[in-house]
Design a protein around this ligand. Structure first.
Ligand code: FE2
Ligand code: FE2
Length: 202
């Protein structure tokens, strides 16, 4: 593609979440930042594992294996950075306490092969988008410093990830992707409003 056309090409659209995080989430998260950091480390671990799981499940999708390999590497790097902050603050990773938000979205994944593939990509996009929103809130709420800078960088990175998943879903599934995303955005909004606000990424 000529450079002029590349430059004119609009940025890949991402998705727009339909409800904002409740205003009491940020003060609660800042007041229990150690708990949030431990939960965040588990989120990055699961994001890396999910990228490898998608690679394992869909090696035939053109471009997907390489994209998921790069994503897994990025998420593992995020994990290492968050683990560094756990160490600085004298925190142990401990057991994963689970994530009702992610589980609620996973429960929406349909079972037939084609629908399952689309839903897995879109659920990953939604989780990235919600994580991006919340990491951005932390970046704006934390005092200036290394941790704040980390959250500012990760916000950008997770925004790129949600775009990647939306792009993949649209490339492979065409118009079905937008229609399903519309429904899943409503479900995500409902789930976020249902779940209690807690000191965790989700
Ligand atoms: Fe990440
Ligand atoms: Fe991510």
């Amino acid at each position: 593609m000529p450079t002029s056309r590349l430059l004119r090409r609009p940025p890949t659209p991402g998705l727009r979440l339909r409800v904002a995080t409740a205003p009491d989430w940020l003060p609660r998260a800042l007041a229990a930042l150690d708990v949030v950091l431990v939960d965040h480390a588990h989120c990055e671990k699961k994001a890396a594992a999910n990228a490898l799981s998608l690679l394992q499940a869909y090696p035939e999708v053109p471009g997907l294996p390489a994209q998921m390999a790069r994503l897994a590497r990025e998420e593992a790097a995020h994990l290492a950075q968050v683990l560094h902050w756990l160490e600085v603050r004298g925190l142990a990773l401990g057991r994963d306490r689970g994530d009702a938000y992610a589980q609620g979205l996973q429960a929406l994944v349909r079972t037939s092969a084609k629908e399952r593939q689309l839903d897995r990509l879109l659920v990953a996009a939604l989780i990235e988008a919600r994580s991006c929103e919340r990491l951005g809130l932390l970046a704006r709420g934390l005092p200036e410093g290394g941790l704040q800078a980390l959250y500012a960088r990760l916000t950008q990175s997770e925004d790129g990830h949600q775009r990647l998943f939306v792009r993949l879903a649209e490339r492979v599934h065409g118009a079905a992707a937008a229609a399903r995303l519309d429904g899943l955005l409503d479900e995500e909004a409902r789930l976020v409003q249902q779940l209690p606000v807690r000191a965790a990424i989700h």
